[in-house]
Structures are given as structure tokens and as C-alpha cells.
Ligand binder design. Structure first.
Ligand code: ADP
Ligand code: MG
Length: 224
């Protein structure tokens, strides 16, 4: 049986704005295994991004159990009873780009985080391999500002996949992209799943969701 990589139970998130309270995520449980791909759909404001941030543990600990297991690096795996940071570095998301560094340096950031002893030549080689996957090997030396929005998005995907993480969480990874670029991104992400990565993404695009193993639809902070 595939290893469990995500076991989130009874996640709830309230935003407080003055006196008003908004229940953005209400009692959601989600289980995922190595190699599984899950699409989360639903109208804008239904809580997709909030849920992804909770699963990625980049938001304040939820009051309920949430664990992320790194199936392939079991020694770095912890199950945390109250949602404190549990993911290993390899399953962390890196979002912002370094504006004054070329594309390949941006892609190589997770390599350095994972193992600072990996030298520049190997970092560059791994980054180039990830850039090839998204069709951007020829633009490795470009600065982010010299790339189009779609290319920057592909750089972000290369950076997310360069360490072949146990879990990839992608919030609308193909938003505002043409069909061809969206397909390249989905092909890259799903290739990671074939190697055992768990993919959870939020999307408005039914074509993207159809390529995932499972589609979950949200309304008003809960799955339908
Ligand atoms: N930091 C925040 N503070 C207050 N309300 C927020 C915050 N982030 C999101 N919300 C609200 O929570 C609800 C869910 O937002 P979000 O998770 O971004 O939904 P989605 O990603 O599905 O569009 C929305 O009503 C949104 O306005
Ligand atoms: Mg969102």
C-alpha cells in the first residue's frame, strides 16, 4: 500500500476582522498517499488557498491534528499532534524569486537549503535538469525580469520540483496561462507523481482537474 503523506483531520480556520468572523475552512479532513494527485476546485473565496496553506503548514497551527509524512525520507518525518511545523525541508514551498539572480540560481535554491555542502556545479546541473523539464533550459541565465509571466511560472515549477519533494502544494499553478504552457506545467507536476510525489493543487480549470486522480470540490469552506 502506498505510504500516507498527508493526514489532515478536522482542519478549521476562522479569520477575524474586527468584530466579524469568517469561517474560511470548516472541519476539513484530507488524506493523501505517495504518488497521488488531488485537485481542489470551487468558486473564488471558498477557502482553497487557506486550506492549502494549512496543509503546507505555512499558516498558524490549526487546533486539530495535521501531519505530513515524507515517505522517502522517513527519518526526517514527524507526526505532530497539534499541527506544528512537520514537513521536512524537501516538501516546503518556495515562492518568491530572487530578482537579481538568474533563473538557474532561483531554481537551485531548494538544493542549497536541503544540503549546503552541494557545490555550485552540481546545483547548476540539477537546476538545468529541472529547467529542461519545463522547456526552459535555454533561458537558465536570464534574470526573472527578462522572462514572461508564463516563463516565470515555469521557473517556479522547476524550483518546486528540483529536489523531487514528497509533497507539492500548488495554488492555481496554471492560472492565466495559455493552454500549451498549462499543459507543460501539468506534465511536469504529474511526472513527479509518477516518482512518488503527492500533488495537491487548487484550480479553476476543469482540464487541469481532469488530469488528477481525484477532484474535491469546495463550497463555503467545506468539501461538497
Ligand atoms: N488573511 C485573511 N484575512 C481575512 N480574511 C481572509 C484572509 N485570507 C482569506 N480570507 C477570506 O477567507 C475566504 C477564503 O479565502 P481563500 O482561502 O483565499 O479562498 P480561495 O482560495 O478559494 O479563493 C474568503 O472569503 C477570503 O476573503
Ligand atoms: Mg485562492
Amino acid at each position: 500500500m502506498p505510504q500516507t503523506t498527508i493526514d489532515a483531520r478536522h482542519l478549521t480556520k476562522r479569520y477575524t476582522d474586527g468584530q466579524a468572523q469568517l469561517l474560511a475552512v470548516h472541519d476539513i479532513s484530507l488524506h493523501a498517499s505517495a504518488g497521488e494527485s488531488i485537485a481542489i476546485m470551487g468558486p473564488s473565496g471558498c477557502g482553497k488557498s487557506t486550506l492549502l496553506r494549512m496543509i503546507g503548514l505555512s499558516m498558524k497551527p490549526p487546533p486539530a491534528p495535521c501531519s505530513c509524512r515524507d515517505a522517502r525520507h522517513r527519518k526526517t518525518t514527524r507526526t505532530v499532534p497539534h499541527g506544528a511545523t512537520a514537513c521536512s525541508a524537501s516538501s516546503r514551498r518556495t515562492t518568491r524569486s530572487l530578482e537579481d539572480e538568474p533563473a538557474w540560481v532561483n531554481v537551485a535554491i531548494p538544493v542549497e537549503y536541503a544540503n549546503p555542502r552541494i557545490g555550485r556545479a552540481e546545483r547548476r546541473q540539477r537546476a538545468t535538469a529541472a529547467l529542461e523539464q519545463v522547456g526552459l533550459a535555454g533561458k537558465a541565465r536570464r534574470m526573472p525580469r527578462q522572462l514572461s509571466g508564463g516563463e516565470q511560472q515555469r521557473i517556479a515549477i522547476a524550483r518546486a520540483t528540483v529536489m523531487h519533494p514528497a509533497i507539492i502544494i500548488a495554488d492555481e499553478p496554471t492560472a492565466a496561462l495559455d493552454t500549451h504552457t498549462a499543459d507543460t506545467i501539468m506534465t511536469t507536476l504529474l511526472a513527479q507523481c509518477k516518482q512518488g510525489t503527492t500533488l495537491i493543487l487548487a484550480t479553476h480549470d476543469p482540464r487541469v482537474a481532469a488530469q488528477c486522480d481525484t477532484t474535491l470540490t469546495m463550497r463555503d469552506g467545506a468539501f461538497l
